[in-house]
Design a binder for this molecule. Structure first.
Ligand code: SAH
Ligand code: SF4
Length: 345
């Protein structure tokens, strides 16, 4: 039988493990601390466990779920991308970004993504499988270990759709925010969804305190259908209703992301439609200039972006524009993987 992996285990699961090998339960808190706070790479590093106990533990469990395959830093050294190999030899990627005092990691939740958005590199690779909570958390632990940094913020915006892997994603976030482990505050963790309505409603009903972002990307069903096929199942008016439901239940502003692509969704008409759609909804709007995944020049100009955000300036909408980060290392979702598997000759 395959040994259980300690990375990804909750405190309660560790307590059960100690009970099953005839050890006192209090050991679990120490183990939890070693794995998540002290970020050990091997069981032998647990110096307050006797040699005998370490031996017993390594006979009944293993540690670590992802292995580094490739690491690339942008020329300004503020962004680093990681490609990790999983136990079944599939790959996922994660990104580390520094911005002022903020050290953010972007984590993947699935290998590939079943939703096939037209502008997204991950969407082009199809879907392989969901990640476990341990595999999600281990991306973060590995980056902290490799770079020897303390991450301050987490965005669940890498490969995959988090709300199609709801339980494991929430379990991972609960581990990341647990105050005796990695201890990153819940409001420093953002989950981004393409608009899976049952997930948004469940998230609202459960009173989850993680930040929520919804990738809107278009204010018109026809354009959104073309960009994000999931819009046919969960169209805009129902999605906005779910967002309003969340906004009514949570005290917090939710964020709408809008990947702006020249000639697709960047006109004044698009921005007016978007303003109408968001009317009365206390929210943030995050404009993300498109990170080209093909050769076409589809990145909007600064002037276009300025024109686009004008209608929101006198609304209850906080607008931010994400200036391109790491574009020289293709740091948009799924791009490193794409490059790795289909090297350009
Ligand atoms: N599946 C989730 C989370 C992963 S995608 C979602 O769709 O929200 C995270 C964000 O990256 C989304 O807002 C998505 O619209 C954006 N994105 C994907 N491809 C991009 C690209 N080529 N350039 C800029 N942003 C991109
Ligand atoms: Fe999947 Fe998000 Fe990419 Fe769409 S944008 S294909 S939902 S990862």
């Amino acid at each position: 039988m395959k040994k259980p992996n300690l990375t990804g285990m909750t405190l309660e699961q560790m307590e059960q493990l100690f009970e099953s090998i005839g050890q006192p339960k209090y050991r679990a808190a120490q183990l939890f601390n070693w794995i998540y706070k002290k970020r050990i790479a091997k069981l032998d590093d647990m110096t307050n466990f006797s040699k005998q106990l370490r031996q017993q533990l390594s006979e009944s469990a293993t540690i670590g779920l992802v292995r580094l395959a490739k690491q690339v830093s942008a020329s300004d050294n503020q962004t680093t991308k990681f490609l990790f190999t999983l136990e079944d030899n599939l790959h996922v990627e994660s990104v580390f970004m520094i911005e002022a005092k903020r050290k953010t990691v972007c984590l993947s939740t699935q290998v590939g993504c079943p939703l096939g958005c037209s502008f997204c590199a991950t969407g082009k690779m199809g879907f392989q499988r969901n990640l476990t909570a341990g595999e999600i958390v281990d991306q973060l632990l590995s980056i902290q270990h490799i770079l020897n940094v303390d991450v301050t913020n987490v965005v669940i915006m890498g490969m995959g759709e988090p709300f199609l892997n709801y339980d494991e994603v929430i379990k991972a976030c609960d581990l990341i925010s647990h105050d005796t482990g990695i201890a990153i505050g819940k409001r420093k963790i953002t989950i981004s969804t393409s608009g899976i309505i049952p997930g948004i409603r469940r998230f609202a009903d459960e009173g989850q305190r993680y930040k929520l972002a919804i990738s809107l990307n278009a204010a018109d069903d026809q354009i959104r259908d073309d960009m994000m096929p999931i819009n046919k199942k969960y169209p805009l008016n129902e999605l906005i209703n779910a967002a309003k439901y969340y906004a009514a239940k949570s005290r917090h502003r939710l964020t709408f992301e809008y990947v702006m692509i020249r000639g697709v969704n960047d006109s004044t008409r698009d921005s007016q439609k978007l303003a109408r759609l968001l009317k009365g909804l206390k929210c943030k709007l995050n404009i993300i200039p498109y990170n080209s995944i093909d050769e076409k020049n589809t990145i909007p100009s600064e002037d276009q972006i300025d024109d686009f955000i004008r209608p929101f300036l006198n609304m209850n909408v906080v607008v931010s524009v994400r200036r391109s980060k790491g574009s020289d290392i293709q740091a948009a979702c799924g791009q490193l993987y794409y490059d790795y598997h289909e090297p350009k000759s």
